[in-house]
Write a protein that binds this ligand. Structure first.
Ligand code: HEM
Ligand SMILES: *[C@@H]1O[C@H](CO)[C@@H](O)[C@H](O)[C@H]1NC(C)=O
Length: 489
């Protein structure tokens, strides 16, 4: 087991070096330019570019893998302030953990900032993904997408989502389960049903298998060689694209059937807003990228949510009271399925979700690039510079959140979150379109979990954030992952 771990860890380090070498040229150029740049930009934010080529990547990696993952940021915050220069993964960048600066960056898209993700990522998620689009195109597609995940539409989906939660939870009766796997199963089902509602068919199962390959590739290093996760993902993508295309054609043939999902909205797009028809390729990209954006994020949040509740029996106790009250009202109402109105009543549950997202937001940072020199608060950010908003560092800033790593619902007492200090779903023109869906699916799962079972954590464990969020034990080996005990009340 140990050998296995260190082998993979060694592999990760080697991969990083490969990555750095392949991106290194850009970093070198920056370093060469750096004296000139510094003369021109005497008001550049403070910070360090670290070592040639690797910059400060190894320091960051070391911190993230240690038991104090936030020390990298804390140290720089102390030395340079909340907006600092660093050099990571082969490129220099400015990192912001400052509430006002974040607001400035995220609210100002063009002409100052634009969204900026690695080009290789677009090979997996597609060039037409919402996260990749900019300008007017982004606005139009975003409008269409938002309408699918709006409260008005979610109202119709509440029963469907509850059913999906129950069908996963039914299998938990009297056994230990690996919550990470179960959470993924559930959030995949929810995402598929709201994005491409194909029911519990063979098609859905095939989609799940192929999609899981795509998802691994999106997180892997972009090395297109036989056998790599990246290559497998590109192949899976072709297959998925074909499946979606068939579905589109089938739906165009049978116009009268209603599906209530994103795919339907995208096919009907021109009628809906008088614009041009979306090409099949665009629709495919949007379907796959929405699945990617909404699936792991929600699964990890659900995993951490259950973990933190399991760690705090008093919270579990109070949540039970909240949900049993809702259940009592339902009993009086002929046991109707959960509704949007019920979701709105789940105040303590929402607070628990907020505190979980504060400590363990599945998204580490938001990525932008400057389109021109930008001046802010007496500092100048040069044009074409990577700028990142570090969400988790903002949410664990001890001056905003005392004792930041302790899970404590009381910290919100009389201090509801302000829009600057707490932005787990981002803000501005790119704020998460799936926020309500994500919150609702988490609330409904918890409702079913605490009303169907009494349960506890089966093993000691703690969250890990690198290379991707999950539980620390068995980080590298699926079979060793955390197991939890469940017994029927
Ligand atoms: C707990 C779960 C989730 C979290 C924490 C989360 C967080 C975020 C954040 C921070 C952004 C902003 C990205 C940026 O500014 O660069 C974002 C964007 C986005 N999210 Fe989520 N998300 C979650 C769930 C979902 C779900 C369930 C869906 C859809 C099914 C979804 C779809 C999207 C899309 C399409 C965007 C891109 C929006 C745009 O570029 O205009 N997310 N999400
Ligand atoms: C949870 O956070 C959101 C901000 O993302 C806020 O609007 C909401 O009021 C918070 N919920 C509770 C119950 O505090």
């Amino acid at each position: 087991m140990w050998k296995w771990c260190s082998l993979i860890e060694g592999g990760v380090v080697i991969c990083f070096i490969v990555l750095l070498l392949s991106y290194g040229a850009g970093g070198l150029k920056w370093l060469r330019l750096s004296p000139a740049l510094r003369k021109r930009y005497t008001k550049l934010p403070k910070g360090s570019l670290g070592w040639p080529l690797v910059g400060e990547t190894l320091a960051l990696q070391h911190c993230l893998m240690s038991t104090t993952p936030h020390s990298f940021v804390n140290e720089r915050r102390r030395r340079y302030g909340n907006f600092f220069l660093t050099h990571l993964f082969g490129s220099p960048l400015l990192a912001s953990t400052d509430p006002d600066m974040n607001r400035f960056i995220l609210n100002k898209e063009e002409p100052l900032f634009t969204s900026s993700l690695p080009k290789t990522l677009s090979m997996v998620v597609g060039q037409n993904a919402l996260l990749m689009l900019t300008g007017d195109r982004h606005k139009r597609i975003r409008r269409l997408t938002t309408s699918v995940f709006s409260p008005e539409v979610l109202r119709h989906h509440s029963g469907r989502i509850q059913q999906l939660a129950i069908s996963v939870l039914k299998t938990w009766k009297g056994r230990k389960v690996i919550v990470a796997d179960e959470a993924r199963q559930y959030t995949f089902n929810v995402a598929l049903s709201s994005i491409m509602n194909v029911g519990h068919t063979e098609k859905a199962e095939l989609f799940r298998v192929k999609f899981s390959a795509l998802r691994s590739g999106a997180r892997a290093l972009p090395i297109d060689l036989p056998g790599t996760a990246f290559r497998t993902a590109l192949q899976a993508r072709k297959y998925l694209a074909q499946m979606i295309e068939e579905e589109i054609e089938e739906r165009k043939r049978s116009k009268d059937i209603r599906y209530d999902d994103l795919l339907e909205k995208l096919i009907q797009a021109p009628e809906a807003d008088g614009g041009e028809t979306l090409q099949n390729e665009e629709i495919i990209d949007l379907v796959l990228s929405s699945m990617l954006a909404g699936f792991d994020t929600s699964a990890n949040t659900l995993l951490f949510l259950i973990y933190y509740i399991g760690q705090h029996p008093n919270v579990l106790h109070d949540l039970k009271i909240e949900h049993q009250e809702i259940l009592r009202e339902k009993a009086a109402d002929d046991h109707q399925p959960l509704s949007y109105a019920d979701y709105k009543k789940m105040k303590l549950t929402q607070l628990t979700i907020n505190e979980t997202l504060r400590i363990a937001n599945p998204i580490l940072s938001l990525h932008r690039r400057t389109l021109q020199d930008v001046e802010y608060n007496g500092r100048i950010i040069p044009a074409n510079c990577a700028v990142q908003v570090w969400l988790r560092s903002l949410h664990t800033d001890p001056t905003l959140y005392p004792d930041p790593y302790s899970f404590d619902l009381d910290r919100w007492q009389g201090k509801p979150p302000t829009s600057n200090n707490f932005i787990p779903f981002g803000m501005g023109p790119r704020r998460c379109v799936g926020m309500e869906l994500a919150r609702m699916e988490l609330c409904f799962f918890l409702h079913c979990l605490v009303t169907m079972y009494s349960w506890e954590l089966a093993e000691e464990d703690s969250p890990r954030f690198f290379p991707d969020p999950g539980m620390r034990k068995g980080s590298w080996n699926r079979r060793e992952r955390k197991v939890r005990e469940l017994t029927r009340t």
